[in-house]
Design a protein. Structure first.
Length: 202
């Protein structure tokens, strides 16, 4: 796997990244995520919601999920990325972390919901969000590696340009109730699993 030394991302003057909370504009966040996915994924139903307000609120309250928001100079939310951390609360994990605090590496994190509002695309916001999520995963939370589940070939190429490698593993998009998928795409959408490994491992 590719080993990366991760440093904090740099921001344009006046821009910042915040962790989503109930005090942010949840309707704006949901709109950005849903617009981005409707635009990119032809296999989704028209106006299909990738995330509802209820799901977004649940996500924000989940201690294992960190939803990062990109805010521009006008304090407007322009993009999102989700860092999903594994549950490392088992007794054996706690023991190793206590004995080897500087060397303890946790299991895979997962990044998803990378979305940029159509009005703010082509401004490198997506890349900045990815850099931030990776820095948090590797440096703050000491994850062993990050994995992505990707469908579109163009996105696979994009993530590979960021250092992610194809693991050779595939996973079927399961949507039994057809909440997201068009009927003709049922059982035909396959995720490619990509991974980037921390330079702290190995």
């Amino acid at each position: 796997m590719n080993k990366i030394r991760q440093s904090p991302p740099s921001f344009p003057t006046g821009c910042k990244i915040e962790t989503a909370s109930i005090n942010h504009d949840l309707k704006r966040i949901a709109l950005i995520i849903n617009l981005a996915y409707q635009e990119k994924h032809a296999y989704l139903k028209d106006n299909a919601e990738r995330v509802s307000l209820e799901e977004l609120l649940e996500m924000i309250r989940d201690p294992h999920k960190k939803l990062y928001l990109y805010l521009n100079q006008n304090n407007e939310i322009c993009g999102t990325v989700l860092l999903h951390l594994p549950d490392t609360t088992s007794r054996i994990n706690k023991l190793f972390q206590w004995i080897f605090p500087k060397h303890f590496l946790k299991d895979d994190a997962e990044i998803g919901l990378l979305a940029v509002h159509p009005d703010h695309q082509r401004k490198k916001i997506g890349s900045i969000l990815m850099e931030h999520a990776e820095h948090e995963a590797f440096s703050t939370y000491r994850m062993r590696s990050i994995k992505l589940l990707v469908v579109l070939k163009a996105l696979i190429v994009y993530y590979q340009s960021l250092g992610y490698k194809d693991t050779g593993l595939r996973k079927k998009f399961i949507d039994k109730t057809l909440r997201y998928l068009r009927p003709e795409w049922k059982d035909k959408v396959i995720f490619t699993i990509l991974k980037k490994q921390s330079n702290l491992h190995g």
